[in-house]
Design a protein around this ligand. Structure first.
Ligand SMILES: *Cc1c(COP(=O)(O)O)cnc(C)c1O
Length: 416
């Protein structure tokens, strides 16, 4: 980064500091990861200089000899990896991808049915603060209060009464595998389209560690930067009969020119995700989450649904005498980075809820396995058991740095 240093010392220094932070901390934010150096290189390439409104073979500007090939490769890899009939790789991120789906199929005021935000759904699934909740009649389904699990009969009941045009399955904080066949049945019964937002678990699907929604859903959206371990971006997969509607909704419906450097990096990430190594990675993410969940439960933590089947877990820290925000803050000071999170039927406020969310995609990328996850459980518990003692937090932060130094993260091997 010599040129960055010459041009802008301030930003250079901050990038270096962020490299150190990402290297020396245990990153458990369930939506984050470490991309490969190859993905970083494609993201940072001169493809960022190109404008290419339109789609391969049908562009508004000239000079697309190379870009058309890049996007065609990315589309082909997405279709092959996920077994989809059509793929659009242009959405700038997960939220605009979801907006494009709504634009493709809905008019203002139409009804959508998604998982409630405080129960693990995403903002874009109809939250009142999002365009999805303001421009559409957003109805939501909740978790079963007793088990914390999806209650499919209740979802069906809700769908029968509100008759949504689109039913959205998918989440940012649900620790269990979704029953896509059941969602399909419900959608068919009420004549709704089924949209699955697999942003969080797309990497598990790609690696065969989670069932695929593609055979069941009319449309599947996903970010590319979470468990899929690509650049920040998104994709929409759909049946051929919806291809034109989806493509038109992305461009010119919601977006202008695609970010071609990102498209190239998505292609690289999809190639990586097609390998045997990635299948092992996906399996290890799930095994690591299971190991950490077991360890935390053995230490007296209450996990929503009593465990996990995917990459994430939701922990209610109330019985530890601490709030979610406080827990997240002191853990960050001790080098363990995660986020506070509402638990189902939380009685606390969203900014300071009762829970914390932990995910294993990033630590698994740097090579953590079950023994390291037990260490993570121990370190986390020591911090939460001694919330006011800054000396403890500093001691744990040093232990975290030691543990991390044995597991260099991709793209950060040069950081000491
Ligand atoms: C992260 C996420 C998104 C949005 O992705 P952004 O890239 O942050 O816009 C959408 N849906 C779900 C389920 C997510 O978890």
């Amino acid at each position: 980064m010599e040129d960055l240093l010459k041009v802008d010392e301030e930003i250079y220094a901050l990038v270096r500091q962020e490299e150190i932070r990402q290297t020396s901390k245990i990153r458990l934010i369930a939506s984050e990861n470490y991309v490969s150096t190859a993905v970083l290189e494609a993201t940072g390439s001169v493809l960022t200089n190109k404008y290419s409104e339109g789609y391969p073979g049908k562009r508004y500007y000239e000079g697309q000899q190379i870009i058309d090939q890049v996007e065609t490769i990315a589309i082909a890899r997405a279709k092959t990896l996920f077994g989809a009939e059509h793929a659009n790789v242009q959405p700038y991120s997960g939220s605009p991808a979801n907006l494009a789906v709504y634009l493709a199929f809905l008019n203002c005021g139409d009804t959508i049915l998604g998982m409630a935000l405080p129960h693990g759904g995403h903002l874009t699934h109809g939250s009142p603060v999002s365009i999805s909740g303001r421009y559409f009649n957003a109805q939501s389904y909740q978790l079963d209060p007793a088990t914390g699990l999806l209650d499919y009969e209740a979802i069906a009941e809700k769908a029968r009464s509100c008759r949504p045009k689109i039913i959205i399955a998918g989440h940012s904080a649900y620790p269990r595998i979704l029953d896509f066949a059941r969602f399909r049945e419900i959608a068919d019964e009420v004549g709704a389209l089924l949209m699955v937002d697999m942003a969080h678990f797309a990497g598990l699907v790609a690696g065969g560690a989670h069932p695929s929604p593609v055979p069941y859903a009319d449309v599947v959206t996903t970010t590319t930067h979470k468990s899929l371990r690509g650049p920040r971006g998104a994709m929409i997969l759909c049946r051929e009969k919806y291809a034109q509607a989806i493509d038109k909704a992305v461009f010119p419906g919601v977006q202008g020119g695609p970010h071609d450097n990102t498209t190239a990096a998505i292609a690289v990430a999809l190639k990586e995700a097609s390998t045997q190594e990635f299948r092992q990675y996906a399996r290890q993410i799930v095994n690591n989450a299971a190991a950490l969940a077991e360890n935390l439960m053995a230490r007296g933590y209450r996990l929503i649904t009593n465990g996990t089947e995917n990459h994430l877990m939701l922990v209610d820290v109330t019985n530890k005498g601490i709030s979610g925000k406080k827990a997240a803050r002191i853990l960050d000071a001790a080098g363990i980075v995660l986020n506070c999170n509402a638990i189902p039927f939380d009685t606390r406020k969203p900014y300071d809820p009762s829970g914390i969310r932990l995910g294993t995609a990033a630590v698994t990328t740097r090579g953590f396995k079950e023994p390291e996850m037990l260490e993570v459980g121990r370190l986390l518990d020591e911090v939460i058991s001694d919330p006011e003692n800054e000396a403890t937090h500093a001691r744990i932060a040093a232990e975290v740095r030691d543990l991390c130094s044995a597991f260099p993260a991709p793209g950060l091997e040069h950081v000491v």
